[in-house]
Design a protein around this ligand. Structure first.
Ligand SMILES: Cc1cc2nc3c(=O)[nH]c(=O)nc-3n(C[C@H](O)[C@H](O)[C@H](O)COP(=O)(O)OP(=O)(O)OC[C@H]3O[C@@H](n4cnc5c(N)ncnc54)[C@H](O)[C@@H]3O)c2cc1C
Length: 421
């Protein structure tokens, strides 16, 4: 045997699994096809790494729409609190908590997170082999035996962990290899779709607003007219559609629908969520009264960002040169309606390569939630995004990777120990 445990993939899930198992005395080999470990981790949180969310089990469940129940036990074994203790007390990385309970390293450097994890791998004697690509698994009918590398070499081990990540940002190494490894030994892979992804719109006027960020707006999504979800916060217009924090959150539900049926989802943007329709109408009337001799296109400056004014005027159908005192009630009602619900039709999500996470993956029904071991092949474990689990933004996806990696590392050692007795 070359090792007690071979871990495929040095992302957060694989790294924590590797040093957790090594801490328990196991001989561990950690393989990654990249030249360095934690490539994706190093770009998370816009380079700052939102590594978890300082919340309780309810918060975790609410924010894990993709198989949250499956995660329950792993979240209990390594909670956000325990993960923060691990980083601060054991790995020596000071952390801070920001708005929405998001946890970041105090230094604001994702690279520091990768740095302390790498140090721990070294301290615990994990054999880290980078630039080493796994081509397949070695297994008998129901027992794992090791891995085959792409240079043809074989490494033998009674325990193997697949922690190869999802399908997004393939430049970081997450190219979906683990799905194929799992399929070949009999696992089912739940269809893969993008989540936390910018959305393309049917309307082309968005291009004129490219780069415009709206703060404190409320966006609501509808599937065939039925309300899906509402989010309040910040969004951004792009050349192809919409993006920004609340759009990414909404995309979790929207993406599978529009991939199946393009144009079936619409969103409406409430540009003035703090005001009811009636209050906004009064506000517009006051603005008009202040500028009684001005023309329509020159009276919206106090109400809206400059860039969006021409678009709103066009969509309102009101003549931009019309003096405001000539604007009638029906026209004003139309304008207010538009400001309260600016509609857009979602044509499709951006390609999965641009997603923050992947929906779908190795079917969780075939994985023991208490151990992360395959129910099909003994000694084969899964952790992180390769499984059919996903969460919203806020540090929850990294918590999933760390919690499941931790459990897999602990349980793989337990299985090796049992084998030896
Ligand atoms: C731009 C961006 C920002 C993000 N920001 C955040 C954030 O702030 N907070 C948060 O919670 N989540 C964030 N996420 C999501 C989070 O990064 C992922 O969910 C997480 O990295 C998944 O961890 P993982 O260990 O399962 O897989 P990955 O981090 O994807 O690691 C998988 C590793 O496996 C290796 N590998 C794959 N195939 C093979 C093979 N055949 N042989 C050898 N090695 C292989 C890859 O090279 C890679 O290093 C972000 C994602 C992106 C894309």
């Amino acid at each position: 045997m070359d090792a007690d445990l071979i871990v495929i993939g040095a992302g957060p899930a694989g790294i924590i699994a590797a040093f957790t198992a090594a801490r328990e005395g196991a001989k561990v080999i950690l393989l990654d096809k990249n030249k360095t470990i934690g490539r994706k981790l190093a770009i998370t949180g816009a380079g700052r790494c939102n590594l978890t969310n300082h919340t309780d089990m309810n918060g975790l469940m609410e924010n894990t729409p993709g198989n949250g129940r499956f995660m329950y036990s792993a979240f209990q074994r390594l909670s956000p609190e325990a993960l923060m203790d691990l980083f601060q007390k054991e790995l020596g990385l000071p952390l801070k908590i920001e708005r929405g309970n998001r946890v970041f390293p105090e230094s604001d450097k994702a690279q520091d997170v990768v740095g302390v994890l790498y140090q721990e791998l070294k301290n615990k004697g994990v054999e880290v082999r980078t630039a080493t690509k796994v081509a397949g698994l070695l297994s008998t009918s129901d027992q794992i035996g090791g891995v085959r590398l792409d240079n043809g070499k074989e490494l033998n081990s009674p325990m193997v962990l697949i922690a190869t990540g999802g399908l997004s940002y393939p430049g970081t190494g997450s190219t979906g290899d683990g799905y194929q490894f799992a399929r070949l030994v009999g696992h089912q892979v739940v269809p893969l779709t993008p989540s936390l992804i910018p959305l393309e719109t049917r309307e082309v006027w968005v291009k004129r607003l490219e780069g415009l960020s709206l703060i404190n707006v409320e966006v609501t999504s509808f599937y065939q007219g039925k309300k899906l979800q509402s989010e309040f916060g910040e969004m951004l217009f792009t050349s192809f559609g919409v993006s920004g924090p609340i759009i990414l959150s909404l995309s979790r539900k929207i993406s599978p629908f529009v991939l199946e049926k393009p144009d079936s989802v619409s969103i409406v943007i409430d540009l003035k969520p703090a005001l009811s329709k009636e209050d906004l109408d009064l506000r517009v009337q006051r603005d008009f009264a202040k500028s009684i001799n001005k023309i329509f296109k020159n009276v919206l400056d106090d109400l809206l960002p400059q860039k969006i004014i021409p678009v709103i005027i066009e969509l309102s159908g009101i003549d931009p040169l019309k003096p405001v005192h000539q604007i009638n009630r029906e026209e004003r009602t139309r304008l207010v309606g538009l400001l309260k619900s600016l509609p857009l039709t979602i044509s499709r999500p951006r390609p999965i390569a641009e997603a923050i996470v992947t929906i779908g993956g190795v079917n969780t029904k075939e994985i023991n939630p208490k151990t992360m071991e395959s129910k099909i092949v003994k000694g084969l474990f899964f952790a992180g995004e390769v499984m059919d689990v996903d969460a919203y933004t806020g540090g929850f996806n990294l918590q999933i990777a760390f919690s499941t990696g931790f459990v897999a590392g602990m349980e793989a050692v337990r299985r090796v120990t049992a084998l030896c007795m």
